[in-house]
Ligand binder design. Sequence first.
Ligand code: SF4
Length: 320
Amino acid sequence: MSHFYKPYKEGTLICTLCQHYCKIKEGKTGVCGVNKNIGDKIECLVYGYPSAMHVDPIEKKPLYHFLPFSKAFSLGTVGCNFHCSFCQNWTISQTHHINKSRYFSPQDIVSLALENDCQSIAYTYNEPTIFYPYARDIALEAKKSGLKNVFVSNGFESPEVIDDMVGIIDAANIDLKSFDAKYYQKKLGGNLDKILENLKHFVKNGIWIEVTTLIVPTQNDSDEELEKIAGFIAKELGVHVPWHISAFHPDYKEDALPSTSIETLERAYNIGKSQGLHYVYKGNIGEKIETICPNCGASVDRLHGLCPQCDRKIEGIYDA
Ligand code: SF4
């Protein structure tokens, strides 16, 4: 499938990029504000117009078990299908103003990635699902040059998109922002059950995933909720799936909440380990990245994904 919409009734199309399945009348856009019914099809308005492009360490995505120490050519557009009050990229995610001063074709993006010595292209900064038609074309072009492709997402893709990603997208970091269905619905504009299903779907489709939870004080930092999140990852996705617990810093509409304390991150770390997770990482606090071998407790050779002490292979993707 190379397009992601279907007819609904006269003058209306359904966008099938994400789980909102917006029914869009001619001339209108969906929830994300950047996919528009132009009559006979839905056009992704941000196609070719990145709002941000940077060369980032892959660890910044964060992906710690995927081509460690490599560079990812990272791009995002404007728009999002969520409206999180604590968004740390809200200046691009919550605007629909597209800067069309320069068009970047998929080939242009791949050339930039190669010129900058990157091993992958990361679709990130805002929610890439809403610009999947563009990401997909870049990713297919990237594959021809031996580059890998990475999605950094809120996990609200349609199942059609996750199936389409097979053989195109190699790895994803997916947010699991909460385990509270009401919170997902009211505060973020998403749906917990669909995200849990999607996480399992990514794993089933053979896409390497790592999960991130931004720990927001008073919102999702109770022992009970953290146990549910970590328990789901361990039981449903696998104890080898890395869990990134990330510190919140006041931003956007949530500037009244405090930053996440080191103690809270430590507590979340211990909960993750007690639920059986092999790899739990504390992020956003400037700590050195260290992978501990789940077998013998030695510090692992991250580049090769191998424990130097007991030779245990560390799960992930290590070949360029
Ligand atoms: S990407 Fe999602 S939010 Fe945007 S129009 Fe399509 S279904 Fe709606």
